[in-house]
Design a protein around this ligand. Structure first.
Ligand code: GLN
Ligand code: ZN
Length: 757
């Protein structure tokens, strides 16, 4: 038996990766220093692997994103970037004013850059896998170059296609048709073959192919293509295929692929294991068994894992045990955490500790006494129940259908709401946060470090709120927000206020580029000890006649952006959080708040990979939202979603029964609008994001108008709200004010044009 690990978080022990990149972008360090720093991180990562496992990859230290690297490797650099000139073009594509679209990697919170294919003219532009392989080889370290498979690459890419009204002339779309997929694949294969040839020349025997798209539901002809693909690639290397996040869509076709080793995720699903037991595993191939959870932070029951590995040894002649999916969903190490609730730390394992688990399992199976003792010790810890609150459980058990249903239908509610709110057509608003300046961040940090008193801090926040209310009134927005200055992060903020959820100090994870966040850890039954947002929202409302939105993060998003316990169903955790949020909603109503926005940007990403599993997920996800938003009929419930593919889930979104939704649309242009074309009978109010808040550029009135005019072709104008596509916290005031002014002016012009008030 061997051990393999992959996908280790590249962030570094002290977020070195982030600092390097940001210092380089700010011009504080040279390209040479950047490369040096990145190499140090490479050495560190591979050093950790080397000490713990037998097999480990190279080509894992992308400077921004591995999908971007793959696109560049095969020469898919869109023409607007001109000729590829190294790092400058690289970062233009990643984060320039015309950067590639960004979206979530499968059902995770990692965002990748979507390759844009302008045609089938691929060529080997940069052999990144070779470069890294050679880097380590020169140090005498043998690694397995790791590459995204051509199939997964194409499934996650978008290709330029010709559109017809209301879409632009050319737009980007996923490659859906089999014949198109085949055409692109055939064009792409020679490039991959060249990569492999060059690798082989330099001595690389085994190459790891990441192919998680094999977990999507696939037609049999697609499997034919994949089979052919691996047949050709196998002529140039010993190929190990990794799949993860779900079971492979067709086990028999998968194990029949002409490769040397096959990787299966045995944690996220039960099908893979059932299939191994039922159909066996080919004796001429190696099984890479993903048995250590790469997405959750719990220490594994090693007794259970050893039993599993021993069982697998009966089915597979060659067994390699591994993590279930890339480890970059985890923080680097649990070691530096000092302030966790008593008893929690010893139950946790982050990436480094997961490597140790693989190491321990192997040693214990081989009879190492010390390892066996360790296994026993862990077992005692993970077996004892933790964080139970009987009252919370009772409340969840007592829920009935009525708890998920608002008193009146939308049509009735909206009349009551309009009587109170008296909003004009094309009402204008923002998504919630306003610029988090250096000053704001410093103040929050000083407060949490105990350097500033609570009183001083609260005064400071009040000043920020006063300012943001004044600015919004001056701009002429219709529905105001308090600005979210007291929040580090929309999930972490609530996690800190709720019982049963822990937050970490150092548990950073990359979500894209250099952006990091600290996912909270839901370890026990969740409840709300006291109001969470009431003070700031009511203060903001006291300063203005205009409605201020109460601002909450939804239960599905809190859950999906946290690590969560595995001893009770996800659905139950969602309901627990929803009940806590409902208490907040009730308190806000009592305090006179008329509009409450419950953000659910992660609503879509929690959806299982396979559509057949969607109904079950969305059933409880929708219900969790409805549970927490069961407000009085006259309270207007808003929600917000962004940066996901929403087109195929609009039906579920509609079931959430909100009154107003704001949804991002500006990076993926017309697509979301066309989804509403297909959805018959959409009657909810909707704000299609009229500009991209990720760009520092001030949107022109023309561009804002054109999005609204396009939306009006599909949706009744009475339903439309006017807002940016997400919160403004990453922007600067100098950008925000003129952008919002343009937005408000367009709304006013449209009101005049259509002669409505
Ligand atoms: N209300 C949040 C904000 O404005 C929403 C953020 C998000 O959707 N990611 O920042
Ligand atoms: Zn958003």
């Amino acid at each position: 038996m061997e051990t393999l690990a992959y996908g280790f978080p590249k962030l570094g022990e002290k977020r070195e990766f982030k600092n390097l990149l940001e210092n380089y972008w700010k011009g504080k360090i040279s390209e040479e220093d950047l490369i040096k720093g990145m190499n140090a991180l490479r050495d560190w990562m591979v050093g950790l692997y080397k000490d713990a496992v037998d097999l480990f990859p190279s080509n894992e230290l992308s400077y921004y994103d591995f999908m971007l690297d793959t696109a560049i490797m095969v020469g898919a650099v869109p023409s607007r970037f001109g000729e590829f000139k190294g790092l400058s073009t690289y970062f233009e594509m990643a984060r320039g004013s015309q950067a590639l679209e960004m979206t979530k990697y499968f059902n995770t919170n990692y965002h990748y850059l979507v390759p844009e294919l302008e045609g089938t003219n691929f060529k080997l532009l940069k052999n990144y896998p070779l470069e890294e392989y050679l880097y380590f080889k020169s140090k005498g370290i043998e690694t397995l170059p790791k590459i995204i498979s051509p199939y997964t690459f194409l499934k996650l890419s978008k290709a330029l296609v010709k559109g017809s009204s209301p879409l632009p002339v050319y737009y980007l779309s996923k490659i859906e048709k089999l014949e198109d997929l085949e055409r692109y694949l055939l064009a792409l294969l020679p490039v991959y073959e060249e990569v492999l040839k060059q690798l082989r020349q330099e001595g690389a025997k085994v190459v790891l192919f990441e192919d998680p798209a094999l977990c999507y539901e696939m037609e049999s002809q697609e499997w034919d293509l994949v089979h052919e693909m691996y047949k050709r690639l196998s002529e140039h290397a010993d190929i190990y295929v990794l799949t993860y996040y779900d079971s492979v869509s067709d086990y028999k076709r998968f194990v029949d692929l002409p490769v040397k080793a096959l990787g299966l995720d045995l944690v996220s699903n039960t099908e893979n294991l059932e299939n191994i037991r039922k159909h066996g595993f080919p004796s001429d191939k190696k099984l890479i068994a993903g048995i250590i959870n790469g997405r959750q932070v719990w220490r594994a029951s090693l007794v259970e894992k050893i039993r599993l590995a021993e069982d697998l040894l009966k089915h597979a002649q060659h067994l390699i045990i591994s993590n279930s999916c890339p480890l970059f969903h985890l923080p680097v190490s649990i070691q530096p955490e000092e302030d966790l609730p008593v008893g929690l730390k010893e139950r946790l394992a982050f990436a480094k500790e997961k490597l140790q688990e693989l190491n321990l399992i192997k040693r214990a199976i081989e009879g190492d006494q010390q390892a066996r003792m360790m296994v026993e010790k862990v077992e005692n810890i993970v077996r004892t129940p933790f964080g139970v609150n009987e009252e919370v459980r009772r409340k969840v058990r007592a829920l009935t259908e009525r708890d998920f249903q608002r008193e009146l239908d939308y049509k009735e509610r909206i009349k009551l709401q309009q009587e109170i709110l008296r909003l004009p057509t094309f009402p204008t608003t923002t998504i919630g946060s306003f610029p988090q300046t250096e000053e704001v961040r410093k103040m929050r940090a000083s407060y949490s470090a105990g350097k500033v008193s609570q009183k001083e801090y609260e005064e400071f926040i009040k000043k920020q709120i006063q300012h943001v209310i004044r600015v919004q009134e001056e701009i002429g927005l219709d529905v105001l927000v308090h600005g979210e200055f007291e929040r580090t992060d929309m999930v972490e903020f609530f996690a800190q206020k709720l019982e049963g959820i822990a937050t970490t100090k150092h548990g950073w994870v990359l979500s894209y580029g250099s952006r990091v966040y600290r996912p909270p850890i839901i370890y026990g039954d969740v409840y709300r000890p006291s109001p969470m947002t009431l003070k700031e929202i009511t203060y903001a409302q006291s300063l203005t006649e205009k409605p201020v939105k109460g601002m909450l993060t939804g239960p599905v998003t809190i859950l999906n952006w946290s690590y969560y316990r595995e001893d009770i169903p996800k659905k139950e955790i969602a309901y627990q959080i929803a009940l806590a949020l409902l208490e907040e909603v009730k308190d806000l109503e009592k305090a006179g708040i008329k509009i409450i926005q419950i953000d659910e940007p992660a609503f879509r990403e929690g959806a299982p990979i396979k559509r057949k599993d969607w109904d079950e997920y969305f059933d409880w996800a929708v219900k969790a939202f409805r549970l927490c938003s069961r407000a009085n009929p006259q309270t207007q419930i808003h929600t917000h979603m962004c940066y996901s593919e929403f087109n195929d889930v609009i039906e579920y979104i509609y079931q959430m029964d909100f009154d107003v939704i704001s949804i991002e649309a500006s990076r993926s242009k017309g697509e979301i609008i066309s989804a509403f074309e297909k959805f018959k009978g959409w009657d909810r109010q909707i704000g299609i994001g009229v500009y991209d808040i990720h760009s520092p550029a001030v949107p022109t009135k023309e561009s804002i108008r054109s999005i609204l005019e396009r939306a009006m072709k599909v949706l009744p104008k009475e339903l439309l709200w006017v807002n940016p596509d997400c919160g403004l916290k990453t922007r600067r005031w100098e950008e925000v004010v003129p952008s919002l002014k343009n937005m408000v002016e367009v709304a006013q012009e449209l009101r005049e044009k259509y002669a409505t008030v």
